[in-house]
Design a binder for this molecule. Structure first.
Ligand code: MP5
Length: 213
């Protein structure tokens, strides 16, 4: 018997499968591994904190834009839940920034950090189908990457546990699955595939940038 036709597989699964090689690189990125091992180069965590705080601030605007384009109430329920979860997440960022004496209002993103958030906001103009695929990629990449180091971080009592736990929590995984379900079944459009591939490349470039400075 031949393999099941692509139409019976979720669009979300097909998007991830189409990026298998780069996806694996996300799960084994030296920045994420070093966070779990507590072996980050000096300055790397502070760079990430500033860049990722800026990312989440812009991401919340992007997510609000996806919500505004959502076609129905079930989709709006999922997306509104995502926006709500960003309030305590941003509080965690602000608390950690303050503890380290870092001032987010003086941070000016450049390079991959700026390109990534600009891409997110620009993708809203490509319509709900593309923006929802971008959103899924952003969240699924973080969930899979931090889940890959969660156990290791527990063993080493990593000082970055608060962040690792935030993005590897079962509730966050369920949210990522819900975002995947919003994409439906069947083959992604070429525009969704291209946008999803860009998300994966941006994730890697973002981590490279904060890791090496
Ligand atoms: C996320 C993030 C996850 N915080 N930073 C990058 C570079 N990619 C993905 O987004 P969120 O909004 O924190 O769940």
């Amino acid at each position: 018997m031949s393999a099941a036709p692509a139409a019976s597989t979720s669009t979300a699964e097909q998007l991830v499968a189409g990026q298998a090689q780069l996806w694996h690189k996300c799960l084994t990125h030296p920045f994420v591994l070093a966070t779990a091992e507590d072996s980050l180069p000096p300055g790397a965590f502070d760079r990430w904190l500033l860049a990722d705080h800026h990312f989440v601030v812009q991401f919340r605007r992007f997510l609000a834009g996806v919500l505004a384009q959502a076609p129905d109430e079930p989709a709006r329920d999922v997306l509104a839940g995502g926006i709500t979860a960003l309030t305590p997440e941003l509080a965690l960022f602000r608390e950690q920034l303050a503890e380290r004496g870092l001032a987010p209002h003086t941070y000016r993103p450049t390079g991959a950090a700026l390109a990534y958030t600009s891409f997110l906001l620009a993708s809203l103009a490509d319509g709900y189908g593309v923006a929802a695929a971008v959103l899924y990629g952003v969240e699924k990449a973080y969930f899979d990457a931090w889940t890959a180091v969660r156990e290791r971080a527990a063993l080493t009592s990593s000082p970055y546990r608060g962040f690792i736990d935030n993005w590897s929590a079962p509730a966050f995984g369920a949210y990522a699955d819900d975002l995947g379900a919003l994409l439906g079944q069947g083959a992604p459009t070429p525009q969704q595939e291209q946008a999803f591939a860009q998300v994966v490349s941006f994730e890697l470039a973002f981590w490279d940038e904060v890791h090496t400075g």
